[in-house]
Design a protein around this ligand. Structure first.
Ligand code: COA
Length: 135
């Protein structure tokens, strides 16, 4: 296994990102959304790359107040190696640099891996499946 690289996503990464998401979610036509987001907000779509493929993703959104995080995923065979934590750290750094005071996300309380990860990095659980962290 090669070293894992964390970097901004680019348009040619889109097929690899969609392939990774198909491990967890039903296929959806996100090509146009991803291309728009990568082009409009370079730096707020981050990928982990290892062994020549995309093994992790995270997307940030910022509306000049609080920030949101979406589409956190790590390829099953690469999980429990700290890639999820590192993706969050990378995105927190990018969002804080843009002025975000804090970050929210939605996760199901029954999602043990995500809830375990959020607890480990200090997120607070709010009502309605919402988790938050002051940056
Ligand atoms: C959630 C997810 C991104 C975690 O990625 P990861 O790279 O395995 O996470 P890390 O290796 O950084 O794990 C960090 C901590 O999270 C917790 N954790 C991760 N997986 C866990 C699991 N299956 N059960 C319980 N805790 C878990 C642990 O505290 C872990 O620390 P440890 O390994 O020292 O015990 C990954 O499981 C995933 O892609 N899940 C499917 C997609 C998904 O559900 N995304 C979220 C949608 S809201």
């Amino acid at each position: 296994m090669s070293e894992t690289i964390y970097r901004n996503a680019t348009v040619p990464d889109i097929p690899g990102m969609l392939d990774l998401w198909r491990c967890f979610w039903p296929p959806q036509s996100y090509e146009a959304n991803l291309e728009r987001k990568i082009t409009k907000d370079p730096g707020l779509v981050c990928v982990a790359e290892c062994d020549g493929k995309i093994v992790g993703t995270i997307i940030g959104g910022f509306d000049d107040w609080w920030a949101w995080i979406y589409r956190v995923a790590v390829r099953p065979e690469y999980q429990r190696r700290g890639i999820g934590v590192r993706l969050f750290r990378e995105m927190h750094r990018r969002l804080a640099a843009r002025g975000a005071d804090g970050v929210c996300l939605i996760a199901s309380p029954s999602n043990k891996s995500m809830c375990g990860l959020l607890k480990k990095i200090g997120y607070n659980e709010k009502e309605d499946r919402r988790f938050s962290l002051v940056l």
